[in-house]
Write a new protein. Structure first.
Length: 664
């Protein structure tokens, strides 16, 4: 079989690794991107973008000031919109997202929220005429939008948002207000200086009655001058952990009037005169939020894939220490400790990829059914996306850190690309729902399932994702690790449910009892997500025809299963699902799997097909020529524009010269 990433002038260490390939990297890349056509389209986009003048002669972005980054990315935005409608099949959201990602990489741009949150909200939450009106403005490039939900004082708890939208019968308008300091919208990307319209999530009031949070379209800047409109106070919130190219902003509203028809009315409506029509399903309007979480799962997996690519390639370049041959240093990837650090992250990457693909398919199915008024699957999707978002974002953060530390001192440098990937990714633990809250949302649905487990007529009894909760586990033998995961999930859920019930039976209010059990409820959610990932991992591999690819991914799947079981061995022992002796055998099996993966590791990460522009990493370069390029990278530092820094001449040099004179 062949690794198609070998080129002349590559570092001989990576050539040696790539020649060991036992599968076709093109086939695995096709599987990762979802088909031959999608892989080809991605590569076509890369070639097209590489030749654009806007991408020439850039210094590394990490050496740019924030204003320089905005200058570069604003120029790219114009080029992006100029070419977007010619190069992209706009009816294909995956193709559109791919073109965007190739243009801006993971650093983001002034159009990030416009494309990935603002537009999906218009498409999913506006009725026909509203859609037509606003999409027409988008197509004419007259508006750039964002989504303003989070406030200074409230984030995940939507019900307590303080921004108000009060219906005024006389003018048939909504009046948007920020009644308190904490009601200031805070964090929305591209809000500070870029957008001229925003979706505002506010509490709807009609005749003094609050109907809860709803979405409204609000123009915030003049379309000609871009100056803020009357009643609008808006700006940038300042430096952040990452996303320096995005102007996360704040905004306050002082009696800002908008037409009644600027409320999003696909689900809930307000008629002229103030009659409120509630949505079919109370969570129907959450479709866009669920969509963003669904996309996040794939995106988070991609961050870990990038980190694994960098760390595994570099671990085959870096030599340190000796084993049997004292005359030659060893590639650090040959050490078991390095394999134990990195290969489980690679195995997790594919588990998360499988989870992401499954969830996006499920989202599309649910969205289609919701269009015809069927919301039956929405609670399941909400449960899964909440739990997956929390579990995956947290584990990806830990995984990237392992990748960074595995690169030694160079991993700490921005030259590795890993600090920037980590800083970009880790925000996913808090945005779009804080992880502890997300786990509890997942757990709420699980608790509802446990309530129905004695009901033989439950529609979930034969459900492939939740049906295992209805099995009779008394004296049932387990045949594989997936069965163990299912039993741990079941027993964890039953245990916390019983404790919750006892607390409530003792007279404690539900909310207080829930808080008393919150840590264990989060564990129940994590246990279910582990079962889900195991299921989709297995299902994904079953469908693969290529035997070499199937064997390779099966190794990763087995590593993921054995690694996860070792991580939760206490629970397996607690519920008498396995003996200590058997656990030791599984641990040794896991170490043997590490050895089996070792020859294929570089070819597996090559198959993610990341370009050097994607990775923005000297350590993870495709050609492996790390050290000479590390030196070139360092020379880009603005400090190296001076042999003697002006600050040194001004302050330190006089001090050292004075000391010399005094000694003389």
């Amino acid at each position: 079989m062949a690794n198609y990433y070998i080129q002349s002038n590559d570092n001989f260490e990576l050539i040696e690794e790539r020649k060991k390939c036992s599968f076709d990297t093109q086939t695995l890349a096709t599987l990762y991107y979802g088909g031959v056509d999608k892989l080809k389209k991605k590569r076509d986009f890369e070639k097209f973008i590489e030749n654009l003048p806007e991408f020439q002669n850039e210094k590394p972005i990490i050496f740019m000031s924030r204003l320089e980054r905005f200058e570069v990315n604003s120029k790219k935005c114009v080029a992006f919109l100029e070419h977007f409608f010619n190069e992209v099949e706009t009816s294909n959201p995956n193709e559109a997202a791919m073109f965007y990602e190739k243009f801006f990489s993971y650093e983001g741009s002034p159009l990030s929220l416009h494309f990935f949150v603002f537009l999906p909200n218009i498409l999913n939450s506006m009725e026909g005429k509203q859609q037509e009106y606003w999409l027409n403005l988008v197509m004419q490039k007259k508006i750039i939008g964002t989504y303003a939900q989070t406030e200074m004082g409230h984030g995940t708890n939507l019900r307590k948002l303080e921004t108000t939208a009060t219906y005024d019968k006389e003018s048939d308008t909504f009046i948007i207000n920020s009644p308190t300091t904490t009601s200031t919208k805070w964090w929305p990307g591209n809000l500070g200086k870029t957008c001229n319209v925003t979706i505002v999530v506010a509490q709807l009031y009609i005749d003094g009655k609050c109907y809860g949070p709803h979405s409204f379209m609000v123009q915030i800047r003049d379309f000609n001058t871009h100056m803020p409109l009357p009643g609008i106070t808006v700006g940038d919130i300042g430096p952040k952990f990452a996303f320096s190219s995005i102007d996360n902003g704040f905004i306050r509203f002082n009696n800002v009037k908008i037409p009644r028809k600027f409320m999003f009315m696909k689900y809930a409506q307000v008629e002229k005169g103030g009659k409120y029509i509630k949505p079919i399903h109370e969570k129907a309007a959450y479709g866009s939020m669920v969509f963003v979480r669904s996309v996040m799962i794939h995106q988070q997996a991609q961050y870990l894939a990038m980190a694994c690519t960098i760390a595994i390639r570099y671990s085959c370049i870096r030599r340190q220490g000796e084993l049997d041959d004292k005359t030659k240093e060893v590639k650090v990837l040959d050490y078991q400790t390095q394999q134990y650090r990195l290969f489980p992250q690679l195995a997790k990457t594919w588990a998360f990829i499988c989870g992401g693909k499954y969830i996006l398919d499920l989202y599309n199915k649910v969205n289609q059914e919701m269009s015809s008024g069927n919301t039956d699957l929405l609670p399941q999707l909400h449960c899964l996306t909440s739990g997956l978002k929390a579990v995956i974002s947290y584990q990806v953060g830990l995984g990237i850190e392992q990748c960074r530390m595995s690169c030694g001192g160079h991993g700490y440098s921005h030259a590795s690309g890993l600090p920037n990937i980590y800083a970009t990714q880790i925000g996913g633990c808090t945005y779009e729902g804080e992880n502890m809250v997300m786990l509890q949302q997942c757990a709420r649905y699980i608790m509802k399932i446990i309530d129905t487990t004695e009901n033989n007529e439950s529609t979930l009894k034969n459900n492939k994702l939740f049906g295992y909760f209805f099995k009779n586990y008394n004296n049932q033998k387990h045949n594989n690790i997936q069965n163990i995961f299912e039993k741990i999930s079941y027993y964890t859920a039953i245990e916390v449910k019983n404790r919750l019930n006892k607390l409530k039976e003792s007279g404690i209010k539900h909310e207080i009892a829930w808080n008393e059990c919150a840590v264990d409820l989060c564990q129940a959610a994590k246990a279910h997500i582990r079962v889900f990932l195991c299921f989709v991992y297995n299902e994904f591999i079953k469908k693969i025809d290529d035997l070499h690819i199937k064997n390779t991914l099966n190794l990763l799947k087995e590593l993921w299963e054995t690694y996860e079981l070792n991580q939760i061995s206490a629970a397996a022992l607690k519920y008498n699902l396995i003996s200590g002796e058997k656990l030791d055998e599984i641990k040794i099996e896991m170490y043997n799997i590490l050895k089996k993966i070792r020859p294929h590791a570089v070819s597996i990460v090559d198959s993610f097909d990341f370009s050097d522009r994607d990775l923005i990493s000297v350590l993870g370069r495709r050609d492996g020529n790390v050290y000479e390029n590390l030196l070139k990278w360092a020379q880009e530092s603005e400090l190296n524009q001076y042999e003697v820094l002006p600050s040194h001449t001004k302050y330190l040099l006089p001090m050292t010269n004075d000391n010399k004179k005094s000694k003389l």
